[in-house]
Design a protein around this ligand. Structure first.
Ligand SMILES: [Zn+2]
Length: 528
């Protein structure tokens, strides 16, 4: 099978032929890249596809996504609505296609958007009385159940409040359907886990969404059922994304017993790194900081895993060929992580040539004395550009302007020699990589906030630098730079056709880019 894509503008990200007008594919791999007339002459029997002058990029990889969580979200009721009645209508719609007695779940509601009054169990009777319903609030700190759900969970008006949680009651003492914090578990633990097969089904729909926004690969941070689902899709020939699967640290002993090593797998599914959480997040002010949060002299955040434990995990993993990937948001978490990596790199150097692609997830705020260290130690900066524009006002407020100069600072990392691998953290944010490219290049929100220059504009990247984060950088992080990331002969034919030239258009228009076609392994997976 020989295919010639021609009459197009290819941005290859390959220094040898950065621009081309034609590309030849043989058996899912790139055979040649070059000039339209030359390649038509050299491959006269290839099947020709005229791309009508459109722009083509290497396929994009999301280097940090929770794909099972995202896929499940697509099946749930989206309760992020402007009115209570619209949320109830959506639950009613879902009820029509859900077998009576089965759970209906959803998320996204915020009573402040509904006039300030909390919804109650009785409201849901308008949607269904035959399904248990549980809808989580946008904040994640409250849940809203109907009577059927509370009966199923065995919660009554006399059920005591659990530690760290509260059950909502009406003034007359009966249940009102609201569950706060830990009390949410009283309901949610009765919602059956999805089988890996059901997760695989949900992922099929999510995969379509991924192709529609130009993704051809992802690095997944979900758990065991996600790994099983990816394997099942692959067995059935249905996996159409290049997946690097991270391993949760709780499975590290199992991985060690099995003898798994980072990079094991094939072009579809590979074993990635061992994932550890060091701290919390900026929003709830639980990211671990060297100095307290602005205006909160007693709060420096939360240490989820201490430095000694992290070292134990990392040393064990690295000795056995497993690289680490560590969630570090605050400057103290990042500092501790870099100290640990320094020791690990030293131990590795004693053992032989360096192989492991250790990563830092988020690199959200660094102390100036740590700016150079990822680059110096060849630690990958796995960053999510969209977090910067989503969080910038919080960063200014909670970390203050002095410290925020070191926040979401991808230019600083690139200049220090670190490889950038970009992602979205979906479903925390949209998985659309063009929103990330836009944020990386402009440091502005879609509405233009905070003004024409962007937030800490010295951190802006060029379009090519940002694109590398979603292509070559992500490929390197996944041990796949010989297979993915650029349109180079010998690499896999993963590419996308888009409706504009992001290198020359107004940078504010990058976010509106539409994908016209997505090819993975030489096959069109999506064409509009
Ligand atoms: Zn994440």
């Amino acid at each position: 099978m020989l295919t010639l894509l021609h009459h197009a503008r290819f941005y290859t990200l390959d220094a040898k032929t950065p621009n081309a007008t034609a590309l030849v594919i043989r058996n899912g791999q790139i055979e040649a890249v070059g000039d339209d007339a030359d390649l038509r002459a050299a491959f006269p029997h290839a099947e020709r596809v005229d791309l009508q002058g459109q722009v083509v990029l290497p396929g994009l990889t999301d280097a940090h996504i929770h794909f099972e969580w995202y896929a499940r979200g697509l099946q749930e009721v989206d309760a992020e609505t402007a009115s209570l009645s619209e949320a109830l209508r959506r639950v009613g719609e879902k009820a029509k296609t859900t077998t009576a007695g089965e759970w209906i779940t959803g998320h996204g509601w915020n009573q402040n958007n509904w006039g300030g009054r909390f919804p109650c169990a009785g409201d849901l009777d308008l949607s269904t009385t035959t399904h248990p319903v549980f809808l989580r609030a946008k904040s994640g700190h409250a849940g809203w159940a109907n009577d059927a759900a509370m009966q199923r969970a065995g919660v009554t008006a006399h059920t005591p409040h659990p530690a760290g949680g509260q059950i909502g009651h009406t003034p007359d003492g009966s249940l009102n359907g609201l569950f706060f914090e830990e009390a949410m578990n009283l309901i949610s633990r009765h919602i059956p886990e999805k089988t890996p097969d059901a997760v695989a089904q949900a992922m099929l729909a999510a995969q379509e969404k991924a192709w529609q926004v130009g993704l051809t690969g992802l690095h997944d941070f979900d758990g065991r059922s996600a790994f099983m689902a990816f394997q099942m899709l692959k067995e059935r020939g249905q996996l159409g994304l290049r997946v690097v699967k991270m391993i949760r640290v709780r499975y590290l002993p199992d991985a060690l017993h099995l003898g798994l090593r980072s990079g094991f797998g094939d072009d579809w599914l590979r074993v990635g790194n061992v994932k550890v959480f060091l701290d919390g997040a900026l929003g709830p002010r639980t990211a671990s900081m060297l100095e307290p949060y602005e205006g909160e002299p007693d709060n420096s955040g939360l240490v989820v895993t201490d430095k000694e434990d992290l070292y134990e995990h990392a040393a064990q993993a690295a000795r056995n060929g497993l690289a680490m990937t560590v969630h570090a948001i605050g400057d103290r978490a990042n500092h501790d992580l870099l100290d640990v990596y320094q020791t690990i790199r030293y131990e590795e150097s004693e053992r032989g040539p360096e192989r492991l692609r250790h990563r830092c997830e988020h690199v959200q705020i660094l102390h100036p004395s740590d700016y150079q260290r990822l680059g110096q130690m060849n630690v990958i900066a796995s960053m999510q550009p969209i977090h910067a524009t989503s969080d910038m006002l919080m960063s200014d407020k909670y970390w203050g302007p002095r410290r925020s100069a070191g926040a979401y600072a991808w230019r600083t990392q690139l200049n220090a020699g670190a490889v950038l691998a970009f992602g979205s953290d979906a479903p925390v944010e949209s998985p659309n990589p063009f929103l990330g490219l836009h944020a990386a290049v402009t440091r502005r929100r879609a509405d233009g906030t905070p003004g024409p220059e962007g937030w800490y504009p010295e951190q802006r990247l060029t379009v090519e630098e940002a694109l590398r984060g979603f292509t070559l950088g992500a490929a390197y992080a996944g041990y796949m730079e010989d297979r993915l990331g650029s349109l180079t002969p010998g690499k896999l034919a993963d590419l996308i056709v888009i409706d504009r030239d992001i290198f020359t258009c107004d940078p504010m228009a990058i976010k509106d880019t539409q994908v016209l076609g997505t090819m993975v392994g030489g096959e069109w997976r999506f064409r509009s």
